[in-house]
Design a protein around this ligand. Structure first.
Ligand code: MG
Ligand code: MG
Length: 264
């Protein structure tokens, strides 16, 4: 069942999303070779709590951390830990914030200095696919219009679109209906209506779309061990189009490696 949001509820999600965006910005300052991923989790949790929120992921179905941190061939749901980031790695930070009972959710994959050119391209193209999906998120369209835009953009480069995991509605719960798949057919699926709030989140593999789950019950890895990218925004669907409630602007301001300016 889809919960449509009132303008007042969307305002609450907007505030949650602003705190989330600023949390991402705090993490962006710290991402560099030599950082242990657990340190990022501590910074995020402290920042969220200091600003009156709580981390949506912590204890969600037993997930033990505030961030999902997914390095290189980890697609999503990686655990923060003792791993020390190295030159050439890519690292996805996925974070959710609960502020006054309303959730927001966004993710960003960072390259580091030394990330191979072909993996930089994967990141550029996955981020482009997110915005192509968002461009379809308007009242009157169908969910499949979002899915199709994402899938066709990345598959033209031979990448694999992960199917086992999808985007989702969001609001009073972190995960609500409807599902937002990153693959699908134009004109199919649920109709998009004003007041829907959804997380759109392409997960795109440099190689095959196949994934495997680790024994920890959470970590999802590419089956061929090639890198995977993941970008996510929480958006509100309106008559004229989507309002992007989350933001990557604090990441872009604070991350020292200006990779988006590099060759695409
Ligand atoms: Mg997320
Ligand atoms: Mg999500």
């Amino acid at each position: 069942m889809v919960h449509l949001k009132t303008p007042e509820e969307i305002e609450k999600i907007r505030q949650s999303a602003d705190l989330l965006g600023r949390t991402h910005g705090e993490i962006a300052r710290l991402i560099k070779p030599g950082i242990r991923t657990i340190e990022l989790d501590h910074v995020a949790e402290t920042f969220i709590r200091d600003h009156g929120g709580s981390p949506s992921f912590k204890n969600y179905n037993g997930f033990p951390w505030s961030l999902c941190i997914s390095v290189n061939d980890v697609v999503v749901h990686g655990f923060p830990g003792q791993y020390t980031l190295r030159e050439g790695d890519i690292i996805t930070i996925d974070c959710g914030v609960n502020l006054h009972g309303y959730h927001s959710d966004s993710a960003y994959t960072y390259p580091t200095e030394g990330t191979p050119e072909e993996t930089l391209l994967l990141l550029h193209r996955t981020l482009d696919a997110l915005y192509l999906g968002i461009a379809q998120a308007k009242a009157g369209n169908r969910m499949g219009d979002i899915s199709y835009a994402i899938q066709t953009h990345v598959e033209q480069f031979g990448y694999g679109v992960v199917r086992e995991l999808v985007g989702h509605g969001i609001g009073k719960s972190l995960h609500e209906d409807p599902e937002v798949p990153n693959y699908g057919k134009r004109g199919k699926g649920p109709k998009l209506v004003e007041g829907m709030v959804i997380a759109i989140e392409p997960m795109v593999n440099q190689g095959s779309r196949r994934v495997v789950q680790e024994a920890d019950g959470w970590t999802i890895r590419t089956a061929d061990r090639k890198p995977s990218a993941h970008f996510e925004h929480t958006v509100a669907i309106g008559k004229e189009g989507a309002e992007i409630l989350t933001t990557h602007k604090y990441i872009e301001e604070n991350y020292t490696y200006k990779w988006r300016n590099k060759s695409q």
